[in-house]
Design a protein around this ligand. Structure first.
Ligand SMILES: Cc1ncc(COP(=O)(O)O)c(C=O)c1O
Length: 414
């Protein structure tokens, strides 16, 4: 783990911000260990959204009246917060989407359809989330481009020595990779891949859905061309996310959705497109959600990404050490030093759904399934795993409860 935060975060104090932690699940306080799927929401975000609806709500960009101006200021203010959060050069390059999935589809369709064809190669990895896999597979098929993947080794880390062979298959035009794997927590070498992609004349698309909530993101330092993430994994509301893209590329691309707001002028015989970023924001956006996304960015930024990363690292070390002591339990993925706060595992002879069900009876919420990474499951030789994931509000005692719950699962199935 690279970071040493100036101030350690106090998860116990932060939990007071989250009303959900007053909730009892099966008579017990909830140990929420599924933040990789979606995070809980602090009062600061909930209150701000309520205030926005009560005092500043109207449709954006259209009205000249006061409420519309307030709403537009809130919405555009959030765009600037997203820009600053990922160190993008301009807020015109920040597009609000429904989430990381829509952002990645936008790139695959609006860039891919016009830039890919036979003889071209689209490169993804064996540990992509389906959101950064299926759109590229579909667009590659549609355009006649080859669809190649970077394999992983037994620790779930990318085998970059495969790149030379991949480059012989044609013109590499796109490399698409997640910065952090949602299933294994692997931190991927995106800067290296971006350099390689550019050497090939390709663009680099980064899925930062599992990275942006947990570690500092700098699109300029990463050297990528597009970067996508969601609000709901970062203490913000669902239904909104962001795509950052390099201006030259966004300017050249055709729109992804068509309708109101994305046009400059419409006539019976032709339509011209609005300027960035509106060209890519057809229709009424998720206004209060975008505003709440901005407040969530303020919330995690104030705590500090370095402190969040360090906190999750402590928890993942604790979890991996304790889980390794459980007989018949196999942890997937790299050592704690090269992963974020995510641990996927299997318990011998027990289906992950049964594991998750019994843990739920203990008030411990974990995810069981393929985690939208079926090619990765195939590589690991399993149909599903159980996954525990941590965030800024997770506590060491919750890891203890996970471990105690797993010992119960073993007893039940013995
Ligand atoms: C790595 C990764 N990419 C993309 C997504 C899709 O994000 P969303 O469902 O918010 O669009 C997820 C969600 O789990 C993810 O973990």
């Amino acid at each position: 783990m690279a970071v040493t935060p100036a101030t350690k975060l106090d998860a116990r104090r932060l939990r007071a911000d989250f009303p959900v932690f007053d909730e009892l699940v099966n008579g017990k306080p909830v140990a929420f260990l599924d933040s990789a799927a979606s995070t809980q929401k602090p009062r600061q975000v909930l209150d701000a959204m309520r205030e926005f609806y009560e005092h500043s709500y109207a449709n954006v960009h259209r009205g000249v009246y006061t409420l519309a101006e307030r709403a537009t200021a809130g919405y555009e203010g959030a765009r600037e917060k997203v820009r600053a959060y990922v160190n993008a050069p301009s807020s015109r390059e920040v597009i609000f989407t429904r989430g990381a999935t829509e952002a990645l589809n936008l790139v695959a369709y609006a860039w891919g359809l016009d830039n890919l064809g036979p003889g071209d190669v689209v490169v993804i990895t064996e540990l992509e989330h389906h959101s950064n896999f299926v759109p590229w597979q579909f667009i590659a098929k549609k355009t006649g481009a080859e669809f190649a993947h970077i394999p992983i080794d037994d620790l779930g880390e990318l085998q970059l020595d495969a790149l030379d062979e991949i480059a012989t298959r044609g013109n590499v035009k796109v490399v698409a990779n997640n910065l952090v794997s949602n299933t294994l927590g692997t931190v991927n070498p995106v800067e290296k891949l971006a350099t390689w992609a550019h050497e090939q004349g390709a663009i680099m698309v980064v899925d930062a859905a599992q990275a942006a909530p947990h570690r500092k993101i700098d699109v300029q330092a990463l050297g990528c061309d597009f970067l996508a993430f969601s609000s709901h994994k970062l203490c913000g509301p669902s239904g909104v996310g962001a795509l950052w893209g390099r201006r030259e590329l966004l300017e050249e691309m055709q729109p992804f959705n068509f309708g109101g707001e994305m046009i400059r002028s419409v006539a019976l015989d032709r339509t011209s497109w609005n300027e960035l970023p509106y060209k890519f924001e057809a229709g009424t956006p998720a206004i209060a959600e975008a505003y709440g996304f901005g407040v969530a960015i303020d919330y995690v930024s104030e705590i500090g990404l370095d402190a969040i990363e360090a906190h999750e690292h402590e928890l993942v070390v604790q979890a991996m050490d304790a889980l390794a002591e459980i007989p018949g339990l196999r942890i997937f993925g790299p050592p704690a030093e090269r992963r974020t706060g995510i641990v996927s595992f299997e318990l011998e002879n027990v289906h992950p759904h049964d594991v998750a069900q019994i843990l739920d009876w203990e008030g411990v919420a974990v995810r069981a399934g393929h985690h939208c990474t079926q090619p990765l499951m195939t590589r690991l030789g399993v149909a599903a795993t159980t996954r525990a994931s941590f965030y800024l509000y997770s506590l060491p005692e919750e890891v203890d409860r996970l471990v105690a719950g797993l010992l119960k699962v073993r007893k039940t199935f013995a």
